[in-house]
Ligand binder design. Structure first.
Ligand SMILES: NC(=O)c1ccc[n+]([C@@H]2O[C@H](COP(=O)([O-])OP(=O)(O)OC[C@H]3O[C@@H](n4cnc5c(N)ncnc54)[C@H](OP(=O)(O)O)[C@@H]3O)[C@@H](O)[C@H]2O)c1
Length: 340
């Protein structure tokens, strides 16, 4: 029996998300290996490589892209560098798992399509929640009719970060709540309803110093009047909540986005019993690392050559919704979502 070769991953930068979450997750896999890391600063790359047991460290990103052993690049650069470095990685013959949001606009995301087709290399936007069993189950419950007809989803995702040096608080490099975490709400609506929203309206509050959106609330309307309502914030208490509400039942996801790899995940289901003093039905899921599941799914896709349900077209559609939300902020009214 032939053993499938492990895919070799290269990481662009010593980003917090890479060092603290994604690389440790990848290193749990039997099916892939982290072969190299690059940083703008060679000493930093070397120190991280040594600490995490990564074979090769590079002092610039291009050197990693020139490494012939790398099959897949993980791109966790600040948002304004997602498309430029993903393009370069594609040109270097690598598949790319790129952090969210894939781009700063749908138009910018679209520029990747031609290169991806020409090189035959995949690009996936890293919405790791789509690989978590709690989300797959929530979608199954919705699509199987367990909640009756689902007509509303409520999402809130907040944290408190006022550090001016943090990438999230820098307008010119793609900071702000909507790009950082509101993009999840958009992805959730499209994932659960399995279609595209038609129009949106947003109310945005900007930090007077940073210029970034620190509190964004919005309604996304899907076909048939179904809607997702969300709030995302960079200066509110750290919290996250998702409620999926149907005609006969409601599911709430206890820790929807940053579910720890060491803890059980829980879905709480209620048909109105809670209001009468009863308890919700609880469905639990053993601890899993959603970053590991995401990486293995993407790795397998790249090896098998099959079509990615979460490829560039999906990412462009997510960005089109974000474009419409910005447009609503500008016009102070409803904005149609561009459909392809
Ligand atoms: N999926 C998730 O759960 C998740 C969670 C957090 C963040 N993210 C995404 O991951 C990305 C990085 O977030 P993060 O919080 O990890 O950021 P971060 O710690 O600030 O890391 C960004 C890295 O990019 C490199 N870089 C290159 N040019 C830069 C510039 N002009 N300014 C700042 N850094 C620059 C730096 O690495 P070197 O100096 O080593 O080159 C830096 O460490 C963002 O796109 C964010 O949306 C995703």
């Amino acid at each position: 029996m032939t053993e499938t070769r492990k895919t070799v991953w290269g990481v662009l930068s010593t980003a917090n998300i890479a060092v603290n979450q994604v690389i440790p997750a990848l290193q749990k896999s039997e099916r892939l290996v982290v072969g190299a890391i690059a940083s703008r600063d060679e000493d930093r790359a070397t120190a991280v490589a040594r600490r995490l047991g990564i074979a090769r460290a590079y002092g610039d990103y291009d050197a990693l892209l020139d490494d012939p052993e790398i099959d897949i690049v993980y791109n966790p650069l600040p948002n304004h560098l997602h498309v430029p470095w993903t393009l370069r990685a594609l040109e270097a013959g690598k598949h790319v798992l790129c952090e969210k949001p894939l781009a700063l606009s749908a138009a910018e995301a679209t520029t990747l399509i031609e290169t991806s087709k020409r090189t035959g290399k995949n690009v996936r936007e890293a919405f790791m929640i789509r690989d978590h069993p709690q989300w797959l189950r929530a979608r199954e419950l919705v699509q199987g009719g367990a909640l009756g007809e689902v007509r509303a989803i409520h999402v809130s995702f907040c944290y408190d970060n006022r550090d001016p040096a943090n990438v999230r608080n820098q307008l010119d490099i793609g900071g702000g709540a909507l790009f950082d975490i509101g993009c999840y709400a958009v992805a959730v609506g499209r994932f659960i309803f399995a279609c595209e929203p038609e129009r949106v309206v947003a109310e945005v509050d900007r930090d007077p110093d940073f210029g970034t959106d620190r509190l964004t609330s919005a309604i996304m309307v899907f076909p048939g009047g179904r809607r997702l309502v969300f709030t995302c914030a960079t200066q509110l208490v750290r919290s996250q909540d998702v409620q999926i509400i149907g005609t006969t039942g409601r599911v709430s996801i206890a820790v929807p986005f940053n579910q720890s790899p060491d803890r059980e995940a829980r879905l709480l289901m209620d048909d109105g019993t809670v209001l009468k003093g009863g308890d919700p039905a609880v469905e639990t899921f053993g601890p899993v690392d959603q970053y590991l599941l995401q990486a293995e799914a993407f790795s397998e896709l790249c090896v098998s050559g099959s079509v990615d349900p979460y490829g560039l077209q999906d990412a462009v559609r997510n960005m089109s919704v974000i474009d419409a939300l910005w447009s609503s902020e500008e016009t102070r009214g409803w904005a149609d979502v561009r459909q392809d």
